[in-house]
Design a protein around this ligand. Structure first.
Ligand SMILES: Nc1nc2c(c(=O)[nH]1)N[C@H]1C(S)=C(S)[C@@H](COP(=O)(O)O)O[C@H]1N2
Ligand SMILES: [Mo]
Length: 376
């Protein structure tokens, strides 16, 4: 019997009741690292601490003057640009909080077996690049255009389908000014690192990570809705596999705590001293600006307002919040939740779907506060 590609490619599945994380999930977790939550202290995430997610391999793309970004399909003047020619276009810099759509997946019951994120698949960077709108205008989009398809230089097989990583955006999003989509060549003022898409990536402020195509090599304007794997099979909100499902698009609101005090090595339980403790963290939403943040120190029973710092013009970036907590000896569970300007908030019950996408369930941080009398 000859083996086929589909025999080596694992289907999507849910973990059985009580099934622990498998070696396959560990392998993904070891490749795709999260943001250490204490790094939320930085307004801009140092690139090595920004979360990373790569479906296949990081392609090896050494500097090559012959490498081109092409813009083709339903356009009047197809473009073929070297990195230098692209950089000669007007550039903008935007501060963007990016989050993986699978963030929170490993906390779901039943657990979709995939990259097992807890809550740490997030980071904030300043991306510098050419507005996509300028490139599409230069190429002259035909009136029958519907979607714009972005192709990366990475290649793999997923659930039996061999593919280049590809995602589409509706034309009105690709041409939009709010958010303004970028073809980025720099991250925090330096050329993109290999794991974040060197030399070029798409940045779609406010959208979950899957839209921000890394190692971008081709932009194709098409006259029918794009139905590639990452568009119509993956990244859809479904309760059962047969459903067509809703596409995953913009980031749902989320707030996270910088875990206070110090951790126990294995359990990660936090230890704080009795007395006033400053709780702080970040909050963001890709749907509308965050309008308020609330903190609970009694495992979600009661909520009080945190102080939310102004956005300072960075619409697409997280905002800092803080709250003073008078810690009393004992065990506590801290939580935080964000509300945005169009009425979205964070649930106390898991919002479950088969792919484990957009799970913005409120974070729970167990904290132990020792009795000062016991600490001699
Ligand atoms: N070409 C390509 N682009 C990609 C991916 C990929 O596997 N290949 N992963 C996507 C996903 S799912 C996420 S969450 C973000 C992660 O971006 P980062 O690794 O720079 O944080 O990249 C997106 N762009
Ligand atoms: Mo992702």
């Amino acid at each position: 019997m000859t083996r086929r590609l589909s025999d080596v490619s694992a289907p999507a599945r849910l973990a059985s009741p009580g099934e622990g994380l498998g070696a396959d999930e560990l392998a993904l977790a070891a490749r795709n690292h999260g943001l250490p939550l204490e790094a939320m202290r930085y307004d801009l995430t140092p690139p090595g601490l920004h979360y990373v997610l790569t479906h296949y391999d990081i392609p090896h793309l050494p500097d090559d003057p012959d490498r081109r970004l092409t813009v083709n399909g339903r356009v009047r003047r197809p473009l073929s640009l070297s990195l230098e020619e692209l950089r000669a276009h007007p550039c903008v810099t935007t501060r963007v909080t990016m989050e993986c759509a699978g963030n929170g997946r490993a906390l779901l019951t039943p657990r979709p077996v995939s990259q097992p994120w807890l809550v740490e698949a997030v980071g904030t960077a300043e991306w510098t690049g050419v507005p996509l709108r300028l490139l599409l205008t230069e190429a002259g989009v035909e009136p029958d255009a519907v979607d714009v398809v972005f192709t990366g230089a990475d290649h793999g097989v997923e659930r039996g389908v061999e593919q280049d990583y590809q995602r589409g955006l509706p034309l009105h999003v690709a041409l939009g000014e709010e958010p303004e989509v970028l073809v980025a060549h720099a991250m925090n003022g330096a050329p993109l690192p290999p794991q974040h898409g060197s030399p070029l990536r798409l940045v779609v402020p406010g959208w979950y990570g899957m839209a921000h195509v890394k190692w971008l090599r081709e932009i194709t304007v098409v006259d029918t809705a794009f139905t590639g794997f990452q568009q119509s099979v993956a990244y859809r909100l479904r309760q059962v596999p047969e459903e067509e499902g809703e596409p995953v698009t913009r980031i749902a609101p989320r707030a996270l705590l910088i875990p206070p005090g110090f951790p126990d090595f294995m359990s990660r339980t936090r230890v704080v001293s009795a007395g006033p403790v400053t709780l702080e963290g970040r909050a963001w939403s890709g749907r509308a600006p965050v309008t308020s943040v609330e903190v609970s120190t009694d495992d979600g029973l009661t909520w009080r307002s945190a102080v939310l710092e102004p956005g300072r013009g960075h619409r697409w970036a997280w905002r800092r919040w803080s709250f003073t907590w008078p810690a009393a000896p004992g065990d506590h569970v801290l939580s935080v939740r964000a509300h945005d300007g169009v009425g979205n908030s964070q649930p106390l019950q898991q919002p479950w779907n088969r792919g484990g996408f957009a799970n913005n369930l409120v974070q729970r941080v167990p904290v132990f506060c020792p009795d000062p009398a016991d600490m001699t």
